[in-house]
Design a protein around this ligand. Structure first.
Ligand SMILES: [Zn+2]
Length: 540
């Protein structure tokens, strides 16, 4: 068996030498037990174009440098005295046993010149430099993972790759890529992986299109801070269209109710109302006898009687069951509810009271699309274009202040997060990423006040700690941008005289440095409207 193996080895090495002679690559010498390469010949080594050599501490370093800014070493060879060589391509160590193009090369070797020529002649596998694949992997943080979480492909932007005569700055490679190939196209592993990559891209495209479209919908729950600027603008535009559509719908329904009232409504006169009251008081005992205390009929009767006895309807406190019943009717048919109320036959909670029970959102830090909808509903419930100076309701003042809150962390069971950390805009969050997360001590609150209306609306809040004028700046302007996009005209910004607020006003001074900045241009208004600053003075 031993003899046979020896014979085979001899025969194999002989064949290799003959093949090398034919290819004019250089004849691999017969193997010796102890190998020692005299590295002094490095001076006489013929370096191919772009290669440099360096002999230090008994190791010969050879590197191919590509001129760009800064110059990059694309291929490097280090040969030690015993002839052992290590090859790096694009900064990655190559395992010669796994690379088909290097199978014919012995390691260790005596013929460094042939090794160098061969390494220089081989092509770097271009991987998949297609623009769409590269941008997809960039979105996936530079790597593609399999279902079990293993990285299967990476983005390689170490140096330019050449494919079909075109140079590409970055490419996508499977982790199995051989990096060196004797072919002019991709290595076998990359060729095999291409169909997988195509399938991954197809899924990614579907997902991203669907995600972008859903983020831009007016009823999307995604926080604005997770959206890019074009998506944010698209969503706000959609929101405005939706608000306009809803306003038209309200206008149409209101007209329908009015028409219906004019045709079919019967007015209950004062006498009839008085009679109703008298009948109810007289028959109170009968109701008490015939209906159980816990029945809804009894409750309904009592609530009606209570409401009739109230001089001012605003002082009425409705039973929760009554609210539920009224909400049920209103949600089934708003017209029916309005007709029931306006008939004055029954005393029912006003639509404004019911609105408080249906229009609520969970308070979160930052800007929320649900709050945007509520604000526009409240401010523009009556159409703006019906004369009587109604359009003046668009003019608002933005008021902000920091309120002291109790420090501490609370666990939110619904979303599984800890609440109580500082949460400002994206820029501040990114700047503070490297630092420890701070616990909020104050709450920065933005409030919208109508200048010609009674509108008072707490618009957004941000947990903060040691707020500076610099961190206030993007927040206030983002708030103004949101309000302008919702159809408001922000004319003034008001805050107290705290030093961060004064610093914020100063930051808006632009080139003209005055003692106090009292106005600037509202960059978000279409007509370059001025924006005034004012300081509230609290006299104790
Ligand atoms: Zn490859």
């Amino acid at each position: 068996m031993g003899r046979k193996l020896k014979f085979y080895h001899k025969k194999n090495s002989e064949r290799k030498r003959q093949a090398a002679k034919l290819n004019d690559v250089g004849c691999p010498p017969k193997r010796k037990c102890k190998r020692s390469v005299n590295l002094d010949f490095s001076k006489s080594l013929l370096l191919p174009e772009g290669w440099v050599s360096n002999l230090s501490k008994g190791t010969l370093g050879l590197a191919k440098i590509v001129t760009k800014e800064p110059p990059v070493i694309t291929r490097s060879l280090s040969v030690s005295q015993n002839g052992q060589w290590i090859l790096h391509i694009h900064g990655k160590k190559i395992d010669e046993t796994k690379c088909a193009a290097l199978h014919s090369l012995p390691n260790p070797t005596d013929d460094v010149q042939s090794l160098l020529v061969l390494v220089d002649n081989l092509n770097v596998c271009p991987g998949h430099p297609d623009k769409e694949y590269v941008s997809m992997v960039e979105c996936k943080k530079g790597r593609i993972k399999s279902h079990n979480g293993k990285v299967v492909a990476k983005l390689d932007d170490y140096a330019n790759v050449l494919f079909e005569g075109v140079s590409y700055e970055s490419t996508v490679r499977p982790v199995t890529c051989e990096l060196l190939t004797s072919k002019t196209t991709r290595c076998n592993f990359c060729l095999f992986y291409r169909s997988n990559l195509r399938a991954i891209y197809s899924n990614f495209k579907k997902d991203s299109t669907a995600r972008k479209a859903s983020n831009c919908r007016p009823n999307s729950k995604t926080n604005y801070k997770h959206l890019g600027t074009p998506e944010k603008h698209k969503r706000l535009t959609n929101l405005r269209t939706e608000v306009a559509r809803a306003r038209n719908e309200v206008k149409r329904l209101r007209k329908r109710i009015q028409d219906s009232m004019e045709k079919n409504a019967v007015e209950v006169d004062e006498d009839l109302d008085g009679d109703m009251h008298a009948i109810m008081t007289e028959h109170q005992n009968v109701i008490n006898e015939t209906h159980a205390t816990d029945s809804f009929h009894r409750l309904f009767w009592e609530e009606q009687l209570k409401a009739r006895l109230k001089q001012d309807s605003r002082s009425m406190r409705w039973h929760p069951m009554m609210i539920c019943w009224c909400l049920n009717i209103k949600l089934l048919s708003p017209c029916t509810y309005t007709a029931l109320r306006s008939s004055r036959l029954l005393k029912l909670p006003s639509e404004r009271t019911l609105r408080d029970y249906t229009h609520w959102v969970k308070a979160k830090p930052g800007f929320q699309s649900e709050v945007d909808c509520q604000l526009t509903d409240e401010a523009f419930s009556v159409p703006l274009d019906n004369g009587n100076g109604n359009h003046l309701r668009q003019y608002v003042c933005l008021v902000f202040d920091e309120v002291k809150i109790e420090e501490g962390l609370v666990y939110d069971k619904e979303c599984g997060t800890l609440i109580g950390f500082v949460e400002l805009d994206d820029i501040s969050t990114h700047l503070n990423l490297s630092e420890k997360r701070q616990i909020a001590t104050h709450m920065l609150v933005f409030m919208v006040r109508g200048l010609f209306s009674s509108l008072q609306f707490p618009y957004a809040q941000f947990p903060s700690c040691n707020l500076s004028g610099g961190s206030l700046y993007p927040l206030v302007w983002e708030c103004i941008a949101h309000l302008e996009m919702l159809g408001f005209k922000v004319l003034a910004v008001t805050a107290d005289g705290a030093s961060p607020n004064r610093r914020f006003f100063q930051l808006n001074s632009g080139i003209c440095k005055t003692k106090f900045t009292y106005k600037t241009t509202n960059i978000y208004s279409k007509e370059s409207r001025p924006l005034f600053f004012s300081v509230m003075c609290l006299i104790c």
